[in-house]
Design a protein around this ligand. Structure first.
Ligand code: ADP
Ligand code: MG
Ligand code: ZN
Length: 438
């Protein structure tokens, strides 16, 4: 028994995702900011100039609603925005618009791998500008790019519902897949469209109430590093507690080279954000149309099962579903590619080949693929497969004996489904021989 056995970790997440919308949250500037020329998608509103009037983007709220629905939240159909005050060079207004009292979603949960994880709230806010630290003419400078300022951002806060880093990563991966599949967000950690914070504390196994402190892990932008940071943090805290020490409430970063967390700032008292109702935006009553549109999403696990049932391998399905904005070509392809074997081969080719496909490419794709297909000639394997197929389809045998000729083509289809391209004539001959033996 190690000292770890007496302790249990308590982990809660704060997740920010940029939703996929054309325009920013409170103005008409383009929301896409990755690799755009700095400070080109800006206006008085997102530059935070005095007197500018914010104008809420309903499409963004629809996406926030979709996230809340996906997470099985209760919904606030009245939205209002509050100003959350703090000073930082990436925030020219010195406040961020957010939903404080009435988050669009609250009290949700998501089931992953048989476990329910609880969601505190889902709310709409706006992103900040981006600071770039560079050296210009030999001097270290910080530059501000306002393209990201005012981009729709949704924050998802979980309850302290996790006990291990494995659970956290499973949950996050599933969330990422679902949101991408429903085209709510790209959830791309490298581009910053998904950002993660984990709050970690440790308690004695028999202690029922939550620890009265928490350590916030920030600025960690990969699942692997988040897992490493959480594991390191649990171990660090257990050691301190085992020696009777107190753990200070603070924010820590993660050094992935040294594989350890480090203190960034202490957080003794709560921030005073001085939330104030935004006076320039009226209360929004979401219309039935908006609620209907926002409530439309697909059950990722269900759709995944359906594609697998069509004969596509699970790993291929996972990747192709992330390209779901062009799912039509996949449906066409599915009709054109008959066998399980072909679906596996072609599927893995598509996955390796990162380009996106369109309906117009389908004909060529299939032709190219068909040219490469060899005919299966392993007679022993063919014979065994036929035997199995006949065994699996006793009704076909009965029908054949009753004189139904087309049964042969059904069985041929089953064999092709398992093996791929075949010399049809010789296979039909073999099927007839074997079925007659019954
Ligand atoms: P703050 O206002 O400081 O961000 P909140 O109470 O709103 O704090 O909690 C923020 C996050 O911290 C949530 O994800 C929540 O699940 C998590 N959390 C709260 N208490 C604990 C705890 N004792 N240990 C770990 N995480 C916690
Ligand atoms: Mg926090
Ligand atoms: Zn703008």
């Amino acid at each position: 028994m190690s000292i770890k056995d007496n302790w249990q970790a308590v982990i809660g997440l704060e997740i920010h995702v940029e939703t996929k919308t054309k325009a920013k949250m409170f103005c008409h500037c383009l929301a896409s900011h990755f690799q755009a020329k700095p400070n080109t998608n800006v206006c008085p509103v997102c530059l935070g100039l005095p007197g500018a009037m914010p104008y809420p983007n309903i499409k963004a709220l629809e996406k926030a609603l979709t996230i809340a629905k996906i997470l099985n939240c209760r919904i606030n159909t009245v939205s209002r925005f509050e100003r959350k005050h703090y000073f930082y060079p990436d925030l020219p207004k010195s406040y961020q618009l957010t939903q404080y009292l009435y988050p669009i979603g609250y009290q949700g949960k998501l089931r992953v791998d048989g476990n329910d994880y609880y969601i505190t709230r889902v709310h709409q806010e706006e992103d900040t500008a981006k600071l770039k630290h560079e050296v210009v003419e030999g001097k270290k400078v910080s530059l501000v790019d306002f393209n990201r300022s005012g981009v729709p951002l949704v924050e998802i806060v979980t309850e302290p519902t996790f006990t291990t880093s494995e659970q956290v990563v499973k949950f996050l991966k599933q969330l990422q897949k679902i949101l991408r599949f429903n085209q709510v967000s790209d959830c791309d950690m490298e581009k910053g469209s998904m950002r993660l914070e984990a709050n970690v504390s440790v308690k004695n196994k028999n202690q029922t109430q939550l620890p009265d402190y928490k350590v916030e892990l920030k600025n960690i932008n990969s699942f692997r590093f988040l897992k490493e940071a959480i594991d390191y943090e649990i171990e660090r805290q257990v050691k301190l507690l085992a020696f009777g020490k107190l753990i200070s409430q603070e924010t820590r970063g993660y050094n992935s080279k040294l594989k350890r967390t480090f203190s960034q700032r202490h957080k003794e008292a709560a921030h005073d954000y001085r939330y104030l109702l935004e006076p320039d935006i009226p209360h929004l009553f979401l219309s039935p149309e908006v609620i209907k549109a926002g409530s439309r999403f697909k059950d990722y696990d269900q759709v995944k099962k359906e594609w697998q049932a069509k004969g596509w391998p699970a790993d291929v399905v996972e990747v192709l579903l992330t390209r779901a904005d062009q799912i039509k070509w996949w449906q066409e392809l599915d009709k054109a590619v008959p066998t399980r074997v072909a679906k596996a081969k072609l599927g893995h080719f598509l996955v390796k080949n990162k380009s996106r496909y369109y309906l117009k490419d389908i004909g060529k794709l299939i032709a190219d693929y068909a040219k490469e297909q060899e005919t299966v000639t392993d007679t022993k394997m063919i014979r065994q497969t036929i035997k199995q197929v006949i065994k699996d389809n006793p009704k076909a045998v009965v029908d054949w004996q009753a004189g139904k000729q087309q049964v042969i083509y059904f069985l041929l289809g089953q064999v092709r489904y398992k093996l791929g391209n075949l010399d049809v004539k010789s296979v039909i001959k073999e099927i007839k021989q074997q079925i007659d033996k019954n």
